[in-house]
Design a protein. Structure first.
Length: 272
């Protein structure tokens, strides 16, 4: 694995604006495929309009509610933890009558895939899409919003909520050959914080940093465990982009750090 440049992989306060803002793109980061943005709307900024161009785009509703129209079609209502997959070459309008926080992920694709809506109530019913992983000090709940339940070319997305003070992404794993990834921390009001590691060599970790609500850490390569502060959870949206379109778009296929590989990855439920 190529070492990670710590100066390029930590992006602070990505949820401190109104409207739509892209915080990570291949043009300004070490990511080869992945785009990340945030759409934050309320009564003072209640609507945005944008083009997906050559990207497939996923919108994950992390708080509030909104209405989405794609190419002027039907109005699609999204509530908390619902998601929508938008094909490349689309015009997207997002509006709210109250407030909404949307995480946007995207990647350039060559294929055409259909518009799809994911309801969180359906995710909750599927044991391969929502499940609890970990043990005594590593318990967390995973929800896969854009996984094998969605036709797509590259993007995979969902979120993890830990038990207070626990480690997640444990045992340490990596999937550099097939997927690049990033974490965006959410629902961690002060004084909550976590510590995120990213390393290609356990002896000399490239990244050991405190993370708080709205921060993002990129994982173009390397193992990437993290830990919550005692008494608080660490919660994060994870966004991934496959290197090879469709072929590498899988969740749960990882290489566990050999020293910790005796009990598997903890992600086996997603492969059922």
């Amino acid at each position: 694995m190529k070492p990670v440049n710590p100066q390029q992989v930590v992006v602070r306060a990505t949820a401190s604006h109104k409207g739509r803002r892209l915080s990570v793109t291949p043009a300004d980061s070490p990511m080869k495929r992945l785009f990340y943005g945030r759409i934050l709307l309320d009564g003072t900024a209640s609507k945005v309009l944008f083009e997906t161009s050559g990207r497939e785009v996923g919108l994950l509703c992390m708080a509030g509610e909104c209405a989405v129209q794609v190419n002027g079609g039907e109005t699609i209502a999204l509530g908390r933890y619902d998601a929508i997959y938008v094909p490349r070459g689309s015009t997207v309008e997002v509006s709210t009558s109250a407030s909404v926080d949307l995480v946007e992920c995207g990647a350039e694709v060559e294929g055409d895939y259909p518009l799809q809506v994911v309801r969180y109530r359906d995710v909750e019913k599927d044991a391969a899409l929502k499940f609890t992983a970990g043990g005594d000090a590593t318990t967390r709940e995973l929800s896969i919003l854009l996984g094998k339940n969605v036709q797509a070319g590259r993007i995979v997305a969902g979120f993890t909520r830990s038990a207070p003070g626990h480690w997640t992404s444990w045992p340490p794993h990596e999937h550099t050959d097939i997927l690049e990834e990033m974490y965006v921390y959410f629902d961690m009001p002060p004084p909550a914080f976590g510590v995120q590691l990213v390393y290609t060599s356990p002896e000399t970790p490239e990244v050991v940093t405190v993370v708080r609500d709205g921060d993002a850490v990129l994982m173009p390569a390397g193992y990437h465990p993290n830990v919550a502060a005692p008494g608080h959870p660490i919660n994060f949206v994870w966004l991934m982009a496959a290197h090879r379109e469709r072929e590498d778009r899988v969740f749960g296929v990882v290489n566990v750090q050999p020293e910790f590989s005796q009990r598997g990855s903890g992600l086996e439920a997603s492969l059922k």
